[in-house]
Design a protein around this ligand. Structure first.
Ligand SMILES: Nc1ncnc2c1ncn2[C@@H]1O[C@H](COP(=O)(O)OP(=O)(O)O)[C@@H](O)[C@H]1O
Ligand SMILES: [Mg+2]
Length: 416
């Protein structure tokens, strides 16, 4: 719509809104019948421009929750003044559908949603009770009747219906805050999913009224979000350490050349900490405690971060609550096996790459993204083991969401 028409649409819509009266009131004041008022409104718009009329009606339906301008539903008007940029803008949406966190980016607004990928379900009725942050609170402390599920936990979609429902609820939440007319949606999913799952996710987003839906693989978008220019004929390498999976990819000329996805990432780090504490201290701790240990005092590099943390759990011998103090050094020991699995996978990917491309990587280095990139010492350890410069992305948890922003602005980057 050109600017002139646009302004008319806004003006006309505001005229109707500014009457701040119901059709009945207007009719009463003017001493005419309601149908005359309807006709007047109708004429004001319809005879100017049929297209304009449809647009205004659309705005009013959306904003004021009336069904027809001339249908007597004006009583439901909310008297809100419309702004130039308020409406009819097709806002692009980028979604990072991660195994641990879902982030939603909206063009012009930035990242508007950042919540754990968790759904709380009633085990009796199978009804969804909560999603995101609210559902996350229930993880590990749900009463028998409530199950908190992470539908994407292992990087494959374990429960498609729940994934779809979660996606829909998040999208509704985002749409409730803004005005959307048929957005383009870019979804990034774990690179392990099958073509069938990929199509299903696409459909789930299409159902929400999207104009176009694009599905991309996470490591590619993460690389773009981390500021790499992957369009050049020189290789870039990214290691994305998420919750369920670590995705390692080499990219060149806008696409993935070699990649590998392993189920060793943040969740496994937590499990390793649980195992360590159980074996060494005969103390049982929960996943959330393990995650706290990891993020607060965790390190993967010997002689790196120093810290201690006192934690509570259940003593396996007495069955009673007990507490112990764990050190960074111990966490480093606990995480050693897992982190070396990531290192071996990265070495593998490098070995499988054409010599010219690996030469590029030796020069440019590797970028590490995803929440796992935040663990202390990861850069030093990877640098020593892989003999390549390592750069941790500036904001590893939002790289993918930022990447969607860049891709949506550069349509040529999107796969058809
Ligand atoms: N400061 C931190 N140190 C270590 N791990 C962290 C830190 N912050 C977050 N994480 C871990 O990052 C993982 C989530 O990363 P994210 O990139 O959001 O995953 P995904 O893309 O799979 O949803 C979780 O396992 C979380 O525990
Ligand atoms: Mg991710």
């Amino acid at each position: 719509m050109d600017n002139k028409i646009y302004k008319r649409v806004i003006d006309e819509a505001n005229y109707i809104i500014n009457t701040k009266k119901t059709i009945r009131e207007i009719a009463f004041n003017k001493n005419v019948s309601k149908s005359t008022v309807h006709k007047d409104l109708h004429e004001r718009l319809y005879y100017i421009d049929k297209n304009l009329y449809n647009q205004v009606e659309k705005i009013l339906k959306y904003h004021l929750q009336i069904r027809h301008i001339n249908g007597g539903y004006a009583t439901k008007m909310k008297y809100k003044k419309l702004e130039r940029n308020d409406i009819l803008v097709s806002k692009d949406i980028g979604i990072d559908l991660g195994t641990a966190n879902v982030l939603i980016y909206v063009k012009g607004q930035g990242i508007v949603l950042n919540e754990p990928s968790v759904v709380a379900v009633s085990s009796e009725t199978k009804e969804i009770l909560a999603v995101g942050k609210e559902a996350h609170q229930m993880l590990g402390r749900t009463p028998g009747k409530v199950k908190a599920i992470r539908p994407l936990k292992d990087g494959v979609i374990a429960d498609f219906e729940l994934t779809e429902a979660m996606l829909n609820i998040f999208l509704k939440k985002v749409k409730g805050k803004g005005k959307f007319s048929k957005p383009r949606i870019l979804i990034c999913c774990p690179s392990n999913i099958t073509q069938v799952e990929r199509n299903a996710i696409k459909e789930a987003a299409e159902v929400t009224g999207a104009k176009r839906v694009f599905v991309e693989e996470e490591p590619k978008v993460a690389a773009i979000g981390a500021g790499l220019d992957i369009s050049v004929p020189s290789a870039s390498m990214v290691i994305d350490i998420g919750g369920g999976t670590t995705d390692i990819a080499i990219l060149s000329l806008g696409d993935i050349v070699t990649s590998k996805s392993i189920r060793v990432a943040g969740d496994l780090f937590d499990q390793e900490i649980i195992k360590y504490v159980k074996n060494k201290y005969k103390l049982l701790i929960g996943e959330r405690t393990a995650e706290d240990i990891k993020t607060e005092i965790g390190t993967v590099y010997p002689e790196s971060k120093k810290g201690k943390k006192t934690i509570r759990g259940r003593d396996l011998v007495t069955g009673l609550p007990n507490s112990i103090t764990i050190s960074s050094k111990e966490v480093q020991e606990a995480l050693k096996d897992a982190i070396y699995k990531i290192i071996y996978a990265a070495k593998n990917v490098l070995e499988e790459t054409m010599p010219e491309l690996s030469a590029d990587i030796v020069n440019k280095g590797i970028v590490v993204t995803g929440g796992g990139a935040l663990i202390d010492g990861i850069d030093k350890l990877l640098e020593e083991e892989l003999k390549v410069p390592i750069k941790v992305a500036e904001d590893p948890l939002t790289c993918v969401a930022q990447g969607t922003a860049i891709m949506l602005d550069n349509i040529n980057l999107l796969q058809k």
